[in-house]
Ligand binder design. Structure first.
Ligand SMILES: Cc1cc2nc3c(=O)[nH]c(=O)nc-3n(C[C@H](O)[C@H](O)[C@H](O)COP(=O)(O)OP(=O)(O)OC[C@H]3O[C@@H](n4cnc5c(N)ncnc54)[C@H](O)[C@@H]3O)c2cc1C
Length: 436
């Protein structure tokens, strides 16, 4: 894979590349690696909104670890001999033996973020950083239909094919979606929010029952030890992740094929079963730490961390004094009112689909979506190779990278587990379309 010239090609008349990528997180980085290793003559260029991207920088909490086997990384499953593997990263930075001696089940999230940074830096000539894409159109590109992508500074980039790897849209549920306040943040901006507070909050609400929710409650409890922290959870409790190796086969490539062919009701049943392997559940280490913390605080007669189970926030208001809200016990229907200086939404992300908490298509595709098909249930049709199905022949190829859990299953969107194999599938799709 080669760059279309110099590292910066933000001019309106930038050269047309074979593959134009939007976003340069792990998904498109993994694809860039696959293209460089397997298809070096294909020209590719990527646009990344952040100036200095940091993998999940809003949640690089002290002591937090990754949730994937470290070798299910940017490249290894596709090419175990890749230069871009996590193991080779450790070797290159001189930490291999030391790392292997770590008494940890999984590497620290900070170390994995450094690995991704190390790999990213090797693609600087093929990425424009600080380039937020605001519009995508189909237009004549060097005599054939292609993509013209516009960035917030007005610059335009052109490609014969497009791959969207922007990560999933944060889910900000009702009633929080009507607020725009620095007192309410989604987990993706947790660290910058708490690091920039003018003064320590006295009360904090954390909404959600995910791994991130538990990690955030623990982080808040050590960061602001005198604060009252309440975790509002819709379910009966905070659930342990399903780590059965049988369930974990949902992160096998065979499962992706199986899920892809399943009916919509079959997909729903598989989702319901496999959900606790990755969502609305937590690893034992953080769950146990939280339980023990609350127990000890009660022992001391000084409880400051609470988990309010079966509770859903129904109404919320923000004023100068803080955030006040009404929360309902979902079974008894009792309503309590509460207030907090800060609310953290550990409420996850949107998948593609027609249902509440989903989005029908990535908003960035608004200008071209009429050219692609949806099925009778209202789902955007994504082919096995992650390309969208066009309405008319001759539409330039458009691939989704890291957004396809509702068509390809649990292993696809919110996980590293199959990232490198998905890159190989997209690379093959590009070849089939005569791009790579
Ligand atoms: C807190 C947290 C921890 C996680 N930990 C793990 C883990 O341990 N193991 C695991 O397997 N998975 C984990 N995940 C799942 C996560 O989805 C993947 O790790 C990975 O980040 C997905 O990569 P991605 O490239 O698809 O998306 P992202 O990492 O979100 O990257 C998308 C990139 O696109 C850029 N972008 C977005 N919009 C635009 C635009 N308009 N123009 C230009 N650029 C744009 C963004 O700036 C970003 O850099 C975690 C997720 C979270 C939220």
């Amino acid at each position: 894979m080669t760059a279309p010239g110099s590292g910066r090609s933000a001019e309106p008349a930038s050269a047309c590349v074979d593959l134009l990528g939007v976003g340069f997180g792990p998904a498109n980085l993994s694809l860039a690696i696959a293209m460089r290793e397997d298809s070096p003559r294909t020209t590719a260029f990527f646009l990344e909104a952040q100036r200095d991207p940091v993998w999940q920088g809003g949640m690089l909490l002290d002591g937090s670890n990754i949730q994937n086997h470290p070798s299910r990384d940017l490249a290894t499953l596709r090419n175990p001999r890749s230069h871009y593997s996590f193991l080779n990263y450790l070797f290159e930075v001189g930490r291999l033996v030391e790392h292997l001696n770590l008494p940890l089940e999984f590497p620290l999230r900070k170390e994995y973020a450094q690995y991704i940074q190390w790999a990213t830096n090797q693609f600087r000539a093929q990425v424009e950083f600080g380039a937020r894409v605001t519009g995508i159109a189909i237009a004549d590109v060097d005599g054939a239909p292609g993509y013209v992508v516009t960035c917030s500074d007005g610059s335009r980039h052109r490609g014969r094919a497009l791959v969207l790897g922007t990560g999933r849209t944060p889910l900000v549920p009702d009633p929080f979606d009507k607020l725009d306040s620095p007192r309410v943040c989604h987990l993706t901006s947790y660290l910058p929010t708490v690091q920039n507070l003018a003064r320590a909050p006295e009360s904090i609400a954390v909404i959600g029952g995910s791994q991130s929710a538990v990690e955030i409650v623990l982080d808040l409890a050590s960061r602001f030890p005198r604060a009252r922290i309440v975790n509002y959870v819709r379910q009966y409790g905070l659930r342990l992740k399903d780590t059965s190796p049988f369930s974990e086969e949902g992160f096998f490539p065979e499962f992706t094929d199986y899920y892809f062919k399943a009916t919509r009701s079959g997909k729903a049943a598989l989702d319901a079963y496999l959900r606790p392997t990755n969502y609305s559940s937590s690893d034992a280490d953080v769950l146990h730490a939280l339980y023990a913390l609350i127990y000890e605080q009660r022992l001391d007669g000084d409880q400051r961390v609470f988990v309010h189970r079966n509770t859903e926030v129904r109404a919320v208001e923000v004023d100068d004094a803080g955030v006040s809200f009404e929360a309902e016990e979902v079974h008894t229907k009792d309503v309590v009112t509460d207030r907090a200086d800060l609310v953290v939404l550990a409420t996850g992300f949107r998948d593609l689909g027609p249902h509440p908490h989903q989005e029908p298509y990535p908003a960035l595709l608004g200008g071209v979506i009429d050219g692609f098909q949806f099925d009778a249930d209202g789902y955007l049709i994504v082919e096995a190779d992650y390309s969208l199905r066009p309405r008319v022949d001759g539409t330039p190829p458009l691939f989704l990278n890291g957004l396809c859990e509702s068509t390809h299953g649990i292993g696809d969107a919110g996980s590293f587990s199959l990232l490198s194999l998905r890159s190989a599938t997209i690379r093959d799709g590009l070849r089939k379309q005569g791009i790579a």
